[in-house]
Design a protein around this ligand. Structure first.
Ligand SMILES: [Zn+2]
Length: 432
């Protein structure tokens, strides 16, 4: 592993692995699946709490995203989102940069995407674009973004795993010359294996000399493995690595690298974490909470055998295993359920229940608030006056228009705490 820098005291600073979660971009663009604007916001809140470096929080050129994106940027300004960086995804062309800044004036971080493989350049543009055009458009877009005051610009090489490495180096070097801070290597079709991506990521890190983002898909069942192999390649090439994840691995087709699995693979797999470490303070004990919320919000059950958060991850039935784990859990468990924030009993109502909905009335809502008031932290105030309750109820109704399912307690508390933010993020005006 190559040291990134040496401090004045002579200590070496080693490159690290950062997490960029793309649930709110790649996850929500998945066929048959999606999240409401409030659910996307809650994902950002949970990712921030987990200590994830960045959330690719949406599409700033898409009209129905603009108030959600603006409201989440206000949450950063107000310190509601404490550390997480929010970045928008657009195509790597000047028009998209300008439209993004027009629609979401406060945006400060952008990822610009261009297809780089011959398959996609020829297959999508049918002879209308050359490789030089791709680089020309991308660099012009980087220039435009920086001239508009964007603080960090990452460039994405879509279908990088089917692009020859010489062109990727040229693309990355051009991006760097124009001021981009990262090169995203997209294994868009999940074509790489851990050995191939390691070699390519190391070469790119060495020759482009930019931090490398690793974006992997699960078409061959290897998204997590290729993600950590790619990160190792980038670090061995002397650069920081950034792994793109999604919560529960939800993403295009067979999905992306699952956030919790990536954290487990980095921190728990044999000897990996000794040399290749996560940057910052990533709190694995929030894993259960974010996985449960994402499952509910997407309406996709967590598979029984999903690493860390699946129902069977700490279940033992066979005689030898049960006996072994009762004597010492480490006999058959690689990590403990407490580390993932599991173990608390979950109470499920089996009798009468009053739910929130888009046609809820004040009496039912008052009941929901009363039940909630017994469970919430002291620093959160629930609506007391009739006027306040009506105001919150109206937001609850609008939130339900998008989801058609009862809000979870965290969402209700969020609405009570930040009604102005919620009013904004729920705003959509297709006729305006
Ligand atoms: Zn993707």
């Amino acid at each position: 592993m190559v040291p990134k820098a040496i401090t004045k005291r002579g200590d070496t600073i080693l490159p690290k692995i950062y997490l960029i979660d793309v649930t709110n971009r790649d996850g929500v663009q998945t066929a048959r699946l999606g999240l409401s604007k409030l659910e996307k916001t809650m994902i950002n809140v949970y990712l921030d709490e987990m200590g994830v470096f960045q959330s690719e929080f949406g599409f700033p050129t898409t009209r129905h995203e603009q108030y959600y994106l603006q409201a989440n940027l206000e949450m950063v300004q107000q310190g509601i989102l404490k550390n997480i960086i929010l970045s928008g995804w657009i195509r790597g062309i000047v028009e998209d940069v300008e439209l993004a800044i027009k629609r979401v004036p406060g945006i400060k971080h952008l990822n610009l995407s261009q297809s780089t493989s011959n398959q996609m350049i020829d297959g999508k543009f049918q002879g209308r674009k050359t490789r030089d055009d791709i680089i020309g458009e991308m660099t012009a877009a980087v220039d435009a973004a920086l001239s508009h005051g964007i603080q960090s610009v990452g460039v994405n090489a879509e279908d990088a795993s089917r692009t020859d490495v010489d062109f990727l180096v040229k693309y990355g070097q051009a991006a760097k010359t124009h001021g981009a801070v990262r090169l995203r290597y997209c294994d868009t079709l999940g074509y790489d294996n851990p050995f191939s991506i390691y070699e390519t990521a190391r070469t790119l890190a060495q020759q482009v000399q930019l931090p490398i983002e690793i974006h992997c898909h699960g078409d061959l069942g290897m998204a997590v493995a290729t993600s950590i192999a790619g990160a190792k390649g980038a670090i061995d090439g002397g650069q920081d690595a950034y792994i793109n994840t999604t919560v529960n691995g939800i993403g295009e087709r067979a999905g992306n690298a699952d956030l919790v699995s990536v954290i487990l693979a980095i921190t728990k797999s044999k000897d990996f974490g000794k040399k290749y470490q996560l940057a910052g303070d990533v709190k694995l004990d929030t894993a259960w909470k974010i996985a449960q919320f994402s499952s509910y919000a997407f309406g996709v059950e967590i598979p029984i055998n999903q690493p860390g958060v699946g129902k069977n991850c700490f279940a033992h039935a066979s005689g030898i295993h049960a006996d072994g784990v009762l004597k010492d859990p480490q006999n058959y468990e690689l990590y403990s359920y407490e580390e993932l924030g599991r173990g608390e009993p979950v109470l499920v109502e089996t009798g009468r229940e009053i739910c929130t909905g888009q046609y809820s009335g004040i009496s039912g809502f008052r009941h929901v608030v009363d039940v909630l008031s017994n469970k919430i932290p002291e620093d959160i105030t629930l609506p007391e006056s009739k006027e306040e309750a009506n105001k919150i109820l109206e937001l609850v109704r609008y939130a339900n228009v998008e989801t058609h399912k009862p809000l979870v307690e965290d969402e209700l508390m969020f609405i009570c705490q930040y009604p102005d933010i919620v009013r904004k993020l729920l705003t959509m005006a297709p006729l305006a």
